[in-house]
Design a protein around this ligand. Structure first.
Ligand code: TRP
Length: 339
């Protein structure tokens, strides 16, 4: 049996080469192997404050980027989370089966809430992982490809599924996370000790998939390195910048470490290394940006793909939601008939 897969990315910030290498590309490489659901998790994007005027366009942009990178909408279900009300509905049911202590323990909640005025931290930031559990459990996903930073959320999803199944009967499939291999983790070009983030405002931090290609070149040429001149893969924190450049090169060429080193044997210093990396990345982004321009040329095209995806997703999600409601003992709504 082909395995059911589900994953999603928030439409906040601008997707980076880190999202591409760490997530979207994995989805595409395995797209013939799985029965897959990929959503744009817009409900998750409102937990820390957002711009209402930008949300719809950002949501469409992320979906268009999935396709521009090569995800086939005929064989994968591509949809928007908020188009399927069952996500919010199941979230409530799961919230009532999730002990508060489990949520207070989540490191992402601790980190993000610490950055805000305590008074203004939304309840949504706390229940965020329960919504993520609903996303996954509604589709009986067996595998969930995500970044390492989501491990704790996947564990929570498993715990919630098991607890629900124990309390109300075997409704949910207990999923497993799949995590990128090392090397798929791209760090900030301005600070190679922190993971590249799509919501950082810092100039020179990230290369975004839709950045002007000249800017891409510039950002990579300005990458922080060290005062030495040795081009080597290294775990030494001092060499994190060079290691990151090599990692990007490796991720975009698909070569082994020794092949990468052989390719770069002529590089006479960090300038040459950066130039080589910049060229590889620019040439990889060029076709993605061309596809993106074509896909978004007709505004209604992406929306029609998403409407089709929502129809497919809804069939599965509605069924699971009903099963969960029934298991919990709700009086199920019937077709209206005159009493
Ligand atoms: N929390 C995930 C992240 O920030 C995004 C997400 C929400 C997700 N729902 C999901 C990922 C369901 C996988 C499956 O990366």
């Amino acid at each position: 049996m082909t395995k059911r897969v589900l994953s999603g990315i928030q439409p906040s910030g601008n997707l980076t080469i880190g999202n591409y290498v760490g997530a979207i590309r994995q989805w595409i490489e395995n797209q013939d192997q799985y029965d897959a659901y990929y959503c744009v998790v817009d409900l998750h994007a409102i937990t820390v404050g957002h711009d209402p005027a930008a949300l719809a366009n950002k949501t469409r942009e992320v979906a268009a980027l999935y396709l521009a990178c090569g995800l086939n909408p005929d064989t994968n279900v591509v949809f928007v989370q908020s188009h399927i009300p069952a996500h919010s509905q199941l979230e409530w049911l799961l919230t009532c089966a999730t002990p508060l202590g489990w949520l207070y323990r989540m490191t992402q909640f601790k980190d993000k809430s610490a950055k805000q005025e305590q008074e203004s931290v939304s309840t949504g930031l706390l229940s965020y992982p329960v919504l993520m559990a609903a996303d996954i459990l509604l589709y009986h996903a067996e595998l969930v490809p995500v970044g390492d930073d989501q491990k704790q959320h996947i564990e929570l999803t498993r715990d919630v599924a098991q607890r629900f199944n124990h309390l109300y009967g075997e409704i949910f499939t207990v999923p497993e996370g799949i995590y990128p291999t090392t090397g798929a983790r791209i760090m900030g070009f301005d600070d190679p000790t922190t993971k590249m983030s799509k919501s950082s405002d810092a100039q020179k931090h990230a290369v975004h998939l839709l950045d002007d290609l000249k800017q891409v070149h510039k950002t990579i040429m300005s990458a922080v390195t060290d005062s030495g001149n040795e081009i080597v893969f290294s775990k030494d924190p001092e060499k994190a910048g060079v290691n990151n450049l090599l990692t990007v090169y490796q991720a975009f060429t698909g070569k082994s470490e020794s092949e990468v080193m052989a390719n770069l044997a002529d590089a006479r210093g960090y300038g040459d290394l950066k130039k080589a990396v910049a060229e590889i990345v620019v040439e990889a982004l060029r076709p993605i940006q061309e596809n993106y321009a074509e896909l978004t040329d007709d505004v209604s095209y992406i929306d029609s793909i998403l409407a089709y995806g929502a129809e497919k997703a809804s069939e599965v999600a509605e069924k699971t939601l009903k099963e969960a409601q029934e298991a919990m003992g709700f009086l199920m709504a019937r077709q209206t008939v005159k009493p």
